[in-house]
Design a protein around this ligand. Sequence first.
Ligand code: BMA
Length: 782
Amino acid sequence: MKKWIVLLGLSCLTLAGRAQGNNYVQNYTKFPGLALTPPMGWNSWNKFACNVTEDMIRQMADAMVASGMKEAGYTYVNIDDCWHGERDSLGFIHPDPQRFPSGMKALADYVHALGLKLGIYSDAGSQTCGGRPGSRGYEFQDALTYASWGIDYLKYDWCNTEGLKAEGAYKTITAALRKAGRPMVLSICEWGTDVPWTWGQQVGHLWRTTGDIFNCFDCIEDHGTWKSWGVMQILDKQEGLRKYAGPGHWNDPDMLEIGNGRLTPAEDRAHFSMWAMLSAPLMAGNDLRSMAPETKEVLTNKHVIAVNQDSLGVQGFRHTVKDSIETWYKPLHNGEWAICFLNRSTLAVVVHHNWKTVVKDEIFNYELNTEDNTYRLVNLWTGKEQGTTTGMLKYVLPPHDVLMLRAFPPAGIAGRQNAAAPRVKDNELPADRQATTETVKLYQHLKTLPGKGFLVGHQDALAYGVNWKYVKGRSDVKELAGDYPALYGWELGNLELGAAVNLDSVPFDKMRNYIREGYSRGGVITISWHGNNPVTGKSAWDVTPGTVAAILPGGASHGVFVQQLDKVAAYLESLTAKEGRPIPVIFRPFHELTGSWFWWGAKSCTAAEFKTLFRFTVDYLRNKKGLHHLLISYNTGTEFTGRNEFLERYPGDDYADILSFDTYQHNDNTSPDTAFAKSLSAHMTIVEQLALEKNKIPAIGEMGFNKIPYDKWFTEIVAGALKGRRLAYLLFWRNAGFKPHDQTTEYYVPYKGHKAAADFNAFYRLPETLFEKEAAKLNLYK
Ligand code: BMA
């Protein structure tokens, strides 16, 4: 709020407590933002088993480029088992000096110089499946070593793990990778025994669903104590698993056997098509240096790869089985579909398919209606048009072969997300279409509140109050009302500098615990950021013009700002509940943007610069950092007098879920201030109307009357002006109490014995005000 401009501008920042971070805090969740489509690459095992050398891996990387595989999308060059040498006396693992004489770092540099990425292999047990040193007990050391080598992908196997629990073991390696700090894809290779699809989503980027693949189309290879499986056997084992897969978390039916000499060209095609339909990782397992042209044609078929890599990330499903013909469907973006007919018999079969049908994806709620709509068809193996979805399809399908089609909807349906509405309609989703389930639920609940009631919040409620600090369970609101606020506001300022304590002296570690506490009781979290000026290094209240321009992409201080955002992202990401589930957060960066007291304020940057800054920030957190637990609040001051002024700096509907403003009564009136009530009402009218039109959530980001000189302020002024108004929440600002650094006193909720205490109690009892007990009953995350 603006009253503090001058005072805070003069006060200096306390950086004494700069954070090192707590070394004992572990993060058991995978690196975000990786494998948003199924990973593509090559792995040594299927063809070379234990015969891996650095020369061979280099040649394979070269061949990946020369053969056109890289261009087709293959990126990872993955060394499987048996690269290992010994651990040294300090426990550090080294590659086999004969096979990898130049060391792994040199190999990674070589692979990276080709624009590719390097993967490696280890095992959760004492030894790998090939009898080499496993990572059990060395997880953190190994992760550091891999990171120092420049590894990008870790396949982590499950041999020799007697007595270990899979989920715990994989969480340990994830935590180790996170601590080592280099983003790596984690491939969970647990063979499906401990149902990794039920716990793997947060822990790794893909998980094996079955035992190993065997190089045959339709057979089982019995090894005595274990079996390996043909392509069709693996396919059958995917039943029921599609609901667990999606961007960043894939079912892995194992690596490809295409080009390894046992499958016929038709079988290679079928294998590749089905892996594409399954959204499976595409890891070639053949010798890329000496590929037959037919093999290359299969592995680099761009139409089939596009089905696998489709941005929707929805795994396909088997719809019908008739006369040895299986019909598979996979919804794609833009309302398109992949359709694949698979002939499982050893004889040619004539496929008869009646297009007069409606196919439903019951799990992800897509619908392909070829009964009422005519789709254009392209044959993905010939690349040619294959008619439309009118009448009957008649096609002679050779044994073990596929007819794979892509269906394009007619104009009108194309461009929409799909022919049928997805289960959650677009207008019920927050701006981040990939938001976590709980974030979506919170958003939907907040959408239903306006007009019925509003959550009442308090900034820093659990950390301190007037005359107290850090007392477990205490809150000034609770002391008056017998109930906690329903909304908890927290502040990030100084986090971007690496400080351990925020600008209002709340340690970030404590804040994280308070956030967990409030969330676990059913409360809602909102976070502001009075970030220091990234250009001058002074406070948020340093309005040096040109700051925003300088931190935008291409600006001289962009790098500094990105580093600051990295710190903010890391902290937001660390806000997890039990089991690593992210706690949904209402994030309101660059608030009071219409005012002129912050470096992002209206006098310090143009509207275009502000919008770019806002969008860049949201995109960076959402897409680069993979944070999907944020609802975004666009939050002005009270400078606007109409809708155009409110929207002048609005970044767009894709960048905001909440439309809000901050408002304070700035005087010492001990009697009703009708001017304040009037302006509150006028601002509310504008914001609630816009929220209705834009399908957003209206709210008050901050509000207060410092020291509450008028003792009926809550019921008469606030509740009076907000009667019948449509807002989802309001947040009272902080009860700082006496602030020694500027010798002022600041609090916005009364404390016990204050003359407005009884009125606050009456405010609590109003039917429209929702505090935590009532919020908890609403189950805002379910
Ligand atoms: C202001 C005041 C300051 C505080 C800042 C950021 O309104 O409360 O004391 O530092 O917000 O929270």
